[in-house]
Design a protein around this ligand. Structure first.
Ligand code: FAD
Length: 139
């Protein structure tokens, strides 16, 4: 079984609020721990950017479940790679809130100063998430 990394962007649906984030993180951390999935979830300016890493079929299954979730729409896979090692093994689902996705970071990885993962290359998304690892608690 290969290890893979899948990174996708999506947009929240109307009515989404902070309680939804907390619920998503609680369920994700429980499920991902059982399925040996690790990763991080960034949320800002109504967009999600999530990195999922783990066995190929486990990542495929959770991604299909996430696609059915009515709390978001317009999913776009920005990167999919077979990987030799995990980069987010300390997180069953790390969380990056909007205040960590500031202007300086966006200027470095994207064409504008506002977080918009649809305008970023897969590699920019990946490198930005790697940089953010130092700023989020392990969970
Ligand atoms: P269930 O028992 O079916 O649901 C668990 C709880 O989530 C319930 O309390 C239910 O009220 C709530 N819930 C489930 N689906 C919805 C829905 N469509 N709308 C509103 N509330 C709902 N799941 C993971 O396992 N791993 C992840 O990494 C992950 N990342 C996510 C990232 C994003 C941006 C989003 C939007 C969702 C993510 N999810 C993730 C959640 C996923 O979409 C499913 O809701 C979840 O996996 C269902 O898990 P379950 O079958 O164990 O739980």
């Amino acid at each position: 079984m290969y290890l893979v990394r899948l990174i996708y962007a999506s947009t929240i649906n109307q009515g989404f609020d902070q309680k939804d984030i907390e619920q998503i993180l609680t369920v994700s951390r429980k499920n991902n721990a059982s399925n040996h999935i690790s990763g991080i979830l960034c949320f800002g300016h109504n967009y999600f950017l999530q990195c999922l890493e783990g066995g190929r079929s486990a990542v495929n299954q959770v991604y299909h479940k996430i696609l059915q979730d009515e709390r978001h729409n317009n999913p776009l896979i920005v990167d999919y790679s077979e990987i030799d090692l995990r980069e987010f093994s300390d997180w069953t689902m790390g969380y990056v809130p909007e205040n960590l996705l500031g202007k300086a970071l966006q200027s470095k990885y994207s064409p504008s100063t506002e977080f918009n993962p649809y305008n970023m290359t897969g590699e920019s998304c990946h490198l930005m998430m790697r940089e953010l690892k130092q700023q989020i608690p392990t969970l």
